[in-house]
Write a protein that binds this ligand. Structure first.
Ligand code: MN
Length: 160
């Protein structure tokens, strides 16, 4: 199995995996594009049930968790992760609507989230910096990416 295709598949499997739990398709694309550009493999999930199925199939290195999800909130899904012995130590980056959540950061952290970002405006650089910090990566890991990123892409207008 030394075909180029097989070796590129092997490389993809070695990439660290970020599970993105997000019900808004535009947000999903924004976060996924950034993470892939930064060298991560992305597994998408639209709700808590999909997230748990995906995480048990392949343990992610990090979870990007929208708090405003249909049916079961991202805070509750985070509690499921933290109650699962195999997933409890996977860091969770909460994404939530600033205006919709008084004391949002406190609530996110109390719910087990390891870090917190406020929507609807997210800095691409701050987003990846939060990801890198949670993974223990060097702070300048994405310096090359941002040296080529067009300024209008640096600030992301995302939906809640
Ligand atoms: Mn949402």
């Amino acid at each position: 199995m030394n075909t180029p295709n097989a070796s590129s598949q092997a490389a993809a499997l070695e990439r660290r995996c970020v599970l993105v739990v997000e019900d808004n398709a535009l947000n999903m694309k924004l976060f996924s594009d950034l993470l892939v550009a930064a060298g991560f493999a992305v597994v998408p999930a639209r709700d808590g049930r999909e997230a748990m199925v995906a995480a048990r199939r392949r343990r992610p290195d990090l979870v990007v968790m929208d708090i405003q999800l249909p049916e079961v909130s991202g805070l509750e899904v985070t509690r499921w992760f933290k109650a699962d012995t195999g997933l409890a130590d996977v860091p969770v980056l909460a994404m939530t609507a600033f205006a919709g959540m008084v004391g949002g950061e406190r609530e996110a952290r109390a719910g087990g989230c390891d870090a917190y970002m406020a929507k609807p405006i997210v800095s691409a650089r701050a987003f990846l910096a939060a990801v890198r910090q949670l993974l223990g990566d060097p702070a300048d890991a994405d310096a090359g990416l941002f040296s080529t990123l067009a300024p209008e892409r640096a600030r992301l207008r995302v939906a809640r």
